[in-house]
Design a protein around this ligand. Structure first.
Ligand code: AMP
Ligand code: MG
Length: 428
């Protein structure tokens, strides 16, 4: 990310601007989610590549287009076990043909057949010269050197050379995520190794005096820290390598040191906590004073206070501390940004959520001026998806993310009545 002194912002939500730190950069405040994504998309991580053996490449993103080294099928072959014949010989019922040999998958020497002849053939075996149709083994009876044809001779049972792919065809595009079918296709095309997008290292840093790692003794006023675990799991799910740093007690010097180390060793930084208005919201403070902030606050609920910018040239997302908020903001902001940075078409292969239309079984309250993402349970009934709510919706209640499998996408200032159809994210 470049650090210029003359950044110009196009639109400032709510008509507010903040002049920040010594470079007087103008950051945008209280932006829509769309605008937040637009800004974040302007500042990607560097897309690096590595060569991997195909056996290690499952779930990875292709760096280059992949073209076929061979025709598929490589030669005309049989789709059935049966008999390679001349179609013209089999017009009459119960034709008897002389057996001239066998074509097996992998066999090099293939008989040639002439009029009145048949060659035994296995699935995948080359079509003998002279044959133009296949009779299924089920439609035949054999006696010594002859076969009687009791069913149709079908040219359609011949799989033609190159009918799936011709040599040189790009069958897997750069940016496609290698699922089991595409791994199989890459092998079919002759690739033992594939060049994939290198997993980005993402620093995950928890900030807060009250936080104690699970497994350690709690004081009266401390709580178990959960966000760095959840966020690391999300980073992993998105195809990154999470690098968890030691928790930052609310000390700005300690935070600076850790951010410097993270910027040095990682491709991007995610913090959790400390981005609101309070005195101890040190991520916001240090970013204002020493970082480069592009936006602060998004018009969403939950998860209003995130910030985005760069620290020592590395993209940084300051996520809110409330566990549901950090999870939700990752899902709707960081996840698509990671996909976009890695060159993945997230629309066609979402890893965290599918956008769906849901009929609500209960009313839902929206939020003034904010996109409202309430936790909902989505289930299929007939040809409809139904949505309902179960537990307490507080942004501190991570259990609500476990008890539900979706998020409403209620537009700002809109409530939803029972029976209304709304947009929602169905979490994967
Ligand atoms: P903050 O954004 O720092 O004001 O924190 C908001 C709320 O989230 C507070 O109740 C914090 O205790 C809680 N919180 C902050 N960070 C974490 C974390 N890493 N794990 C669990 N809860 C957190
Ligand atoms: Mg805090």
């Amino acid at each position: 990310m470049t650090n210029t002194n003359s950044a110009v912002t196009t639109s400032i939500a709510l008509g507010r601007t903040l002049q920040l730190h010594r470079f007087s950069r103008i950051m945008e405040v209280a932006v829509s989610l769309e605008r937040a994504l637009e800004i974040a998309y302007q500042h990607h991580m560097e897309r690096k590549d590595e060569l991997l053996s195909l056996t290690m490449a499952s779930g990875r993103t292709l760096f280059d287009d992949l073209c076929s080294k061979v025709d598929d099928p490589r030669f005309d072959n049989s789709a059935m076990d049966g008999w390679a014949v001349r179609e013209a010989d089999c017009k009459e019922e119960a034709t008897s043909l002389r057996i001239v040999g066998t074509s097996q998958a992998g066999s090099e020497e293939i008989p040639i057949i002439g009029a009145g002849e048949a060659c035994r053939i296995m699935t995948g075996a080359p079509i003998p010269k002279g044959a133009d149709a296949i009779v299924m083994v089920e439609d035949s009876t054999t006696e010594l050197d002859n076969v009687t044809i009791n069913g149709p001779a079908r040219p359609g049972f011949i799989r033609r050379k190159g009918e799936n792919l011709t040599k040189g065809t790009v069958a897997l595009r750069s940016g496609s995520v290698l699922n089991p079918a595409s791994i199989s296709l890459a092998a079919t095309m002759g690739h033992a190794e594939v060049r994939v997008v290198k997993k980005p290292n993402i620093a995950v840093i928890g900030v807060g005096d009250e936080l104690t790692s699970p497994g350690e003794p709690l004081s009266e006023s401390s709580i178990y820290e959960s966000n760095t675990f959840g966020l690391s799991s999300l980073v992993d799910k998105m195809g990154g390598i999470p690098r968890r740093f030691d928790l930052i007690k609310d000390s700005i010097d300690n935070l600076r040191e850790t951010l410097d180390e993270a910027a040095e060793s990682c491709d991007a930084i995610i913090t959790s906590g400390g981005v609101s208005m309070g005195e101890w919201d040190i991520v916001r403070r240090i970013m204002e004073e020493e970082g480069d902030v592009r936006f602060w606050k998004i018009m969403i609920r939950p998860g209003g206070p995130p910030l985005f910018g760069s620290w020592r040239g590395k993209p940084i997302f300051g996520l809110p501390g409330n566990p549901v908020s950090s999870h939700v903001v990752f899902t709707v902001l960081v996840a698509p940004w990671m996909s976009s940075s890695m060159g993945v078409d997230e629309d066609s292969r979402p890893r965290l959520a599918n956008r769906v239309r849901v009929v609500m079984e209960e009313p839902l309250r929206g939020a003034p001026r904010k996109l409202c993402m309430r936790r909902i349970s989505i289930r299929q009934e007939g040809d409809k998806l139904l949505g309902s709510t179960r537990t307490h919706q507080g942004s501190g209640n991570i259990h609500s993310m476990v008890a539900h499998n979706g998020l409403s996408l209620l537009p700002p200032d809109s409530d939803c009545e029972e029976g209304d159809t709304i947009d929602a994210l169905w979490l994967i």
